[in-house]
Ligand binder design. Structure first.
Ligand code: PRT
Ligand code: ZN
Length: 292
């Protein structure tokens, strides 16, 4: 088996065809890694970096990374935790966000984890679910299913379930009620603990820096506005900027143009306050990438 310290391309595991595939490839594209059409092959060479993607089932990713077959991998935290994989978690990536929740039949009116005591619980996540109940000293019977967990109570294979939830629509459609979230998940970038060559380490560092810039950009907006010059001190107070704003004089006497970057989370509050401070023509633009 090839190990990660061999002097070859940085090998990154990506889910082949599933919920994380498109978003992961979009992220890689967003940080400037270019690939040939990935649909044709299991191994895809990067055109502009010494990187190759290995496209595999998500369940295999933690083990491939742990064993050093792949140096890095993009996979749900739920899969990493379920496998109890011995890998380094480099980043949480804020997509593929979901939670592993306990759910029961509506009519059973389960409200707390303790209400599941003595029940048969169907799940594809026996590891996380079993640990949750063991840690709390609650005795349950875990029934491991590989899919369609949500129909187990109706088929009377189980009394309740532990399954991934994002919108909750699947649970509702099956007459089930979410009771407790036991694990919050998002996509993670993981790294092998096997030693990497210095070239691979350097490349990983570059990829991480670019991911950080890409994520920062996604959480930020570029804003432009015009304002009376005398409002500049007040406007500077309002803007929770990443760096000090650019202020440029306009042809109109006493007016300036202000350009800056603000966190998206504060955008609407800031916008209203800017308007009160005399700003006009406020324009907001998305940012593709940035380095703080
Ligand atoms: O073929 P492969 O093994 O690679 O894929 P897979 O079928 O095992 O996984 P896939 O593609 O379904 O999911 C990949 C990852 O996406 C998961 O491991 C999670 O990290 C993440 N993710 C995010 C989800 C969901 N949201 C999600 N909603 N994975 C599954 N679901 C399912 C859930 O199991 C349930 O059936 O969607 C249903 C619930 O969705 P809502 O919106 O109705 O609540
Ligand atoms: Zn899977």
């Amino acid at each position: 088996m090839r190990t990660s310290d061999s002097d070859t391309s940085l090998r990154i595991a990506v889910q082949k065809g599933g919920r994380l595939t498109e978003k992961t490839l979009k992220l890689l594209d967003g940080i400037g890694l270019k690939f040939d059409d990935y649909k044709r092959s299991l191994v895809v060479k990067c055109l502009n970096f010494d990187v190759e993607l290995l496209l595999i089932r998500d369940d295999d990713i933690p083990e491939y990374v742990e064993d050093g077959v792949c140096d890095l991998g993009f996979v749900g935290a739920n899969v990493v935790a379920e496998d109890d994989a011995d890998v380094t978690i480099l980043r949480g990536l804020n997509y593929g966000v979901c939670r592993l929740s306990l759910a029961g039949k509506k009519e059973d009116k389960l409200r707390r984890a303790e209400d599941f005591a003595g029940k048969r619980i169907a799940t594809s996540y026996p590891g996380i679910t079993g640990r949750f109940f063991r840690d709390r000293g609650i005795g349950v019977e875990i029934i491991t299913l590989s899919g369609s967990v949500e129909i187990a109570p109706r088929l009377e294979i189980a009394d309740a379930i532990s399954d991934l939830v994002s919108t909750g629509g699947t649970l509702r459609a099956n007459g089930l009620e979410e009771v407790v979230s036991i694990f919050e998940s998002e996509t993670q970038l993981i790294q092998t603990k096997k030693p990497l060559s210095s070239g691979k380490k350097e490349l990983t560092e570059r990829i991480l820096q670019r991911i950080d810039g890409y994520q920062l950009a996604a959480r930020s907006r570029y804003i432009m506005m015009n304002a009376p010059a005398e409002s500049v001190p007040e406007i500077k107070e309002i803007i929770p900027s990443l760096k000090s704003p650019t202020v440029m004089p306009l042809a109109d006497n006493g007016m300036v143009a202000i350009h800056t970057v603000v966190p998206l989370s504060t955008f609407w509050d800031v916008m209203e306050k800017l308007k009160e401070a005399g700003a006009t023509g406020i324009v907001m633009l998305p940012i593709e990438s940035m380095i703080a």
